[in-house]
Design a binder for this molecule. Structure first.
Ligand code: PGA
Length: 284
């Protein structure tokens, strides 16, 4: 147990793009000093939407991400549950992606990741958990993917989508070239994505070439989106996504068109934004 909440507060928001320095930023962007604080803010927003839905007697549909970025968010949510402050009884989850092919029992599977970091530690009903099935027969994948999007729609859509961002600008595994209206589908992974995953698989040649991913359109259908990025390695793609043109070459740039999307950054991942890297170029 991390007990992150004991030493992190949310009093210290450093920057928000509500000033004249931020005219080039096309997505609401909030910066905190360290990833722990960003994670606490994200966890509190997730808690609030779950509890709001509980008060209304309704199900809460969460879109969830894997990777290193959301780990602390999940640790904090588990901590809230252990403290008796948060129940997941009304929560339905849809994960963004899974490698293909991938056995659920494999230590690299996102199925294992989610059960280790969240599901095994909270009271979510097993039948409410949805993770793209890396064991699906190849000939059934297309139908399976359509059914995945239908299940989301049947529950009324995603209330809150949590996202990370890959160095290619992918959200989920929607690699460059993905269309704005793409739905859940099989996709080939970009070379950079495979290189980033190589250490998990002990060798880049062991990284699966394909994955099943929720589409860009499936993601943009969420009512609210929180996208998190940490570390200087993400600074370049963060800037391109927030300040650059909307293009299929940077799938995260599609988030510029979403009515309720917020980027949460630490001080390292925000460093290339114009307001920090060269504020003197901004017209007053
Ligand atoms: P990361 O991956 O959280 O491990 O940096 C993010 C992503 O690829 O979407």
């Amino acid at each position: 147990m991390y007990f992150i909440m004991d030493f992190v507060t949310i009093q210290d928001r450093l920057f928000c793009n509500d000033s004249e320095l931020c005219t080039q930023e096309k997505i609401r962007t909030i910066v905190y000093d360290v990833p722990q604080r960003v994670s606490l803010v994200a966890a509190l927003r997730i808690r609030d939407v779950i509890q709001q839905k509980q008060r209304e007697g309704k199900a809460c549909v969460l879109g969830l991400a894997t990777g290193s970025t959301p780990c602390k968010v999940y640790a904090i949510l588990c901590e809230m549950h252990v403290r008796g402050e948060l129940s997941f009884r009304n929560v339905h989850t849809f994960n963004l992606d899974e490698y293909y092919p991938m056995q659920k029992t494999s230590q690299q599977s996102y199925y294992q990741f989610m059960h280790t970091h969240l599901f095994s530690q909270v009271d979510i009903p097993q039948e409410n958990i949805h993770i793209p099935d890396g064991e699906c027969r190849f000939e059934d994948v297309q139908e399976y993917c359509q059914h995945y999007d239908q299940q989301i729609a049947l529950l009324g859509g995603i209330d809150l989508q949590l996202l990370g961002i890959g160095k290619t600008g992918h959200i989920g595994f929607n690699e460059p070239g993905s269309q704005a209206d793409s739905t859940t589908r099989m996709i080939y992974l970009d070379k950079i994505t495979k290189a980033d995953a190589a250490s998990d698989f002990y060798n880049v040649h062991h990284v699966p070439r394909k994955a099943i991913t929720m589409g860009v359109g499936s993601i943009l259908g969420a009512k609210r989106i929180l996208i998190l990025a940490f570390g200087e390695g993400k600074a370049g793609i963060v800037r391109t996504s927030i300040e650059g043109p909307v293009t299929s070459q940077v799938p995260a740039s599609y988030l510029q068109g979403h009515p309720d999307c917020t980027f949460f950054l630490d001080t390292a991942s925000c460093a290339s934004l114009t307001r920090f890297s060269c504020p003197w170029t901004i017209k007053g």
